[in-house]
Design a protein around this ligand. Structure first.
Ligand code: DGJ
Length: 729
């Protein structure tokens, strides 16, 4: 059992293989956090807690004779408000009497086998054979009758702990939730922590930033209605000396696709608090008596093996416990070609068939018809919402088009942007009230489109019906689900004025309902998420889709950074990566190698390639298939940091049994008469001997890891090298 309660010390300890997490039902039944870090066996960590009479740090009434006891200086499992803890709160609730107080005492806890699930939000799951246990602790406010249930699941072998939260109004008047954080983690000594996050922008998602913790609240979050291009719901707290391979790192990955917030506060006593959950900005949620609110799950991991160790924990866990699609492991993903950068919206059925014929010669298995096939869409000013085929373009009809592609021995995929509506659409003309726009205010356009009110049941049902109908009309193998704007004009015509603060969250709940239905109705379809590139790349999306489009930026040299940053938490098998025309001076083989650090495909007009280029592509598609098990199931290592000055970017895939590996190196900069560069491998068996690219010589794992590969520098710019290592003894 990964969860142990000690009657004597009143501690509850969560144990994974290499980490421990401890809390205590302490003074006056407050729930204190005691520890998270390397495994501590059965130690009672209460000895860590010191209490002093701290000025301006209030004492709970019940402890009036103990001035040394203040919530302001104690590590908490769930920080409260109005109770003398002036640090970042986990909850802000307006009670029925208008007060803002939540005075939560631990009144109950349960330990159960298995993984908890949430009714309204996606969660990771336990597979058969996983050791997963759940702890539920109930904190109750005796006056307001507000209850907070803290949920924890421990995945022992995976070294993962998940947390989520529920709020129950057991009083007899409505309450208003203004902030509810899913995780609160207090470190007694936070002076030496750095915070790592993945900020970005359109075309440059998930770049890596690291900041040292100073005495203020560091916030990472989104208010764009989606988890966004600009920030990602993932942060790392690490030792200031932590590197790629060494040092302690804590990861926090939030399973939510809407507005989120992570706050890291270094307090006056150098204690560090991290909270993470739904962004409280413009969030007010009414809970009637008896109602429950669920906050999204946070997946936490601890590693003392630096960023690589932490990434490996997430990669392994997200590859097996996040998405139920058969494409996660049972069925191999196809090599695809997407029509977007080949033709944008200027295509018809004949053009698509021509692209498919040329692509077939390149070893492509799947043609994806991107934006432009529906309504009367010829540019991005119209037709979103009208999910029926434009027969002026697809003259033979969808069914026949798919048959033609299938006759070529290829599969067919299609693009949707279900959450959006164009003013110039039949849907908008019929139902302007389904759109998010505030009465009396024309809504902000972005790409000249508006968002549907996904919180509305009729909208959800309309999308379920229309998208399912298209998917049932033809032999569709793949769906790309896109969203191309941030949300503004947050308003639902279905809710009264005083409940508009619920719309952001209800939008996400509605979206999850629609996706869940469509995906469950079509379990054999491969889904890929997209938001103008990788703008909503988060674990909740990956719960539904096994892959996500990393970025609209296909430039292979930029992609090195994009893949590097994304890989901090998301496994490479989730990363949509294609070869395109972008990067004119980059050889095709280099582009292919970069795209092999992901799901591999093409995003170009195959009919315009020369026979020689098509032949190279065929070889590359075959190589991807050959290395597929290694890339998709192996351990991924970042060998260099493309954000640091250097002449090469390198990465590596290593089979779990270390019998095989693929080292990829791209020369990003050639200096005149420069030094010889060496790339050091990782993760090999030191004493084993490996051949390189089927050569006759064999090298020890230790040599390849400690001395490395010399990289030939007399090559054209942007040359790439792939070293396939095979263990021979
Ligand atoms: C944004 C996506 O990222 C692109 O790949 C493409 O699907 C366009 N949208 C289509 O509008």
């Amino acid at each position: 059992m990964g969860i142990i309660f000690s009657e004597k010390s009143k501690t509850i300890t969560l144990h994974t293989r290499h980490s421990s997490y401890q809390m205590k039902i302490g003074n006056l039944d407050y729930l204190f956090h005691l520890y998270y870090g390397p495994a501590i066996c059965d130690a009672d960590m209460s000895y860590q807690i010191m209490q002093y009479d701290r000025g301006f740090s209030g004492n709970p009434y019940e402890s009036r004779n103990a001035r040394t006891f203040s919530l302001d200086a104690q590590p908490q499992e769930f920080s409260t408000q109005q109770q003398g803890d002036f640090r970042t709160a986990s909850i802000e609730v307006v009670n029925g009497d208008g007060s803002y107080s939540f005075h939560g005492k631990a009144v109950d806890f349960r330990i159960k086998k298995g993984k908890y699930q949430l009714d309204t939000l996606p969660c990771v799951f336990a597979n058969e054979g996983d050791t997963a246990d759940t702890l539920e602790v109930t904190l109750s406010d005796a006056v307001s009758k507000v209850q907070v249930v803290l949920l924890y699941s421990v995945f022992e072998e995976a070294d993962i702990i998940t947390r989520a939260v529920k709020v129950l109004n057991s009083g007899d008047t409505p309450i208003h939730l203004k902030k509810i954080m899913s995780v609160c983690l207090d470190f007694l000594n936070g002076r030496n922590f750095d915070l790592v996050s993945l900020p970005g922008r359109y075309g440059q998602e998930r770049q890596v930033e690291r900041q040292h913790m100073t005495h203020h609240i560091h916030t990472i979050g989104s208010v764009r209605g989606s988890s966004s291009h600009q920030q990602n719901p993932f942060v790392i707290l690490c030792d200031k000396n932590a590197t790629e391979d060494y040092g302690q790192c804590y990861g926090f990955s939030l399973m939510y696709s809407g507005n989120f917030l992570a706050e890291a506060e270094l307090d006056q006593y150098d204690q560090l608090r991290l909270v993470m959950g739904i962004n409280p900005k413009q969030f007010v949620y009414e809970l009637a008596p008896g109602e429950i609110f669920e906050g999204p799950e946070v997946v936490m991991a601890f590693s003392d093996q630096g960023f690589t160790g932490l990434s490996h924990l997430y990669h392994d866990f997200y590859r097996s416990n996040l998405c139920r699609s058969k494409f996660v492991s049972e069925t191999e993903r196809p090599v695809l070609i997407n029509s977007w950068e080949a033709a944008f919206m200027d295509f018809d059925d004949k053009k698509l068939v021509e692209i498919a014929k040329a692509a077939r010669k390149m070893g492509v298995d799947l043609l994806v018809m991107d934006d432009g096939w529906f309504g009367k869409r010829d540019d991005d000013n119209s037709s979103l919402g009208d999910w029926y085929v434009n027969e002026n373009k697809i003259k033979c009809g969808l069914h026949r088009l798919v048959e033609q592609i299938n006759d070529l021995g290829m599969k067919f995929g299609i693009w949707f942007e279900p959450e959006m509506v164009s003013e110039d659409s039949d849907l908008y003309r019929a139902h302007p009230e389904w759109t998010m726009q505030i009465p009396g205010r024309p809504a902000v356009r972005s790409r000249n489109q508006m968002a549907l009110d996904m919180s509305r049941r009729e909208v959800q049902d309309y999308l379920i019906e229309k998208v399912n109908a298209v998917l049932d009309d033809a032999n569709i193998f793949y769906v790309k689900w896109d969203i191309n704007r941030s949300l503004t004009d947050i308003w639902s015509n279905c809710l009264p004025a005083e409940r508009q603060g619920e719309v952001y969250h209800r939008y996400i709940l509605g979206l999850y309902r629609v996706m869940d239905n469509i995906i469950k109705t079509h379990p054999d379809i491969l889904f890929e998420g997209c938001s103008g590139g990788g703008g909503r790349y988060d674990p909740a999306m990956l719960h539904y889709y096994p892959q996500y489009w990393v970025s609209d930026n296909n430039h292979p040299i930029d992609r090195l950074k994009l893949h590097y940053g994304t890989s901090f938490v998301y496994p490479v098998c989730t990363m949509g990566a294609h070869i395109s025309d972008s990067g004119r001076f980059v050889p095709l083989r280099t582009k292919a190698m970069v795209a092999m650090c992901g799901t591999f495909g093409y995003e170009l007009d195959a009919t315009k390639l020369t026979e020689e280029e098509q032949k190279i592509c065929r070889e590359q598609s075959d190589l991807f298939r050959k290395y597929y098990p290694l890339i998709f199931a192996g351990d991924y290592y970042r060998l260099t940091n493309p954000f640091e000055p250097g002449n090469m970017t390198a990465w590596q895939h290593v089979a779990k049994d270390k019998s095989e590996s693929l080292v990829s190196v791209v020369v990003t900069n050639l200096t005149c008469n420069g030094p010889q560069e060496y790339i050091k491998a990782k993760g090999l068996e030191p004493d084993a001997m490996y051949t390189v690219n089927d050569g006759e010589e064999a090298y020890s794992g230790s040599a390849l890891m400690n001395a490395g590969f010399p990289i030939n520098r007399e090559v054209p710019e942007y040359t790439a090298f792939q070293f396939h290592l095979q263990k021979i003894r």
